[in-house]
Design a protein. Sequence first.
Length: 147
Amino acid sequence: MVETVCSILRRKGGEAWTISPESTVYDALLMLADRDIGALLVVESGRLVGIISERDYARKVILKDKKSKDTTVHEIMATDLVTVTPDHTVDECMRIMTRHRIRHLPVLEKGKLAGLVSIGDLVNSIISAQAETINQLSNYIKGKYPA
């Protein structure tokens, strides 16, 4: 069975943490730390306008000697968003992430934000699928067929 983004979101929940573009980078960092996540979706007037990650902070604040309390999310967020739909497969998402060198994919359903999948979500899905395959093959070899 081919796993899709929809099944990942169903398992982990479709909630994606968001922040406004006018918020400070400091506030974004607090949210990232409090929730133990690596990226926030930037939403303005109910519309997805960007994404901010720890990588953005490192490259666009620290390395440029800016101050996180004086810099807004808008100034450093990525706006060239790559998104997927709930129908995308795990394999498709892995290819997209690899091609674009990103770790988070916002999920849009009919233009509305439906969630966020990370590289960790995809890897966990692949590991679970492999474990299930190994279990089935092991049972087959041992002659334990499903009833």
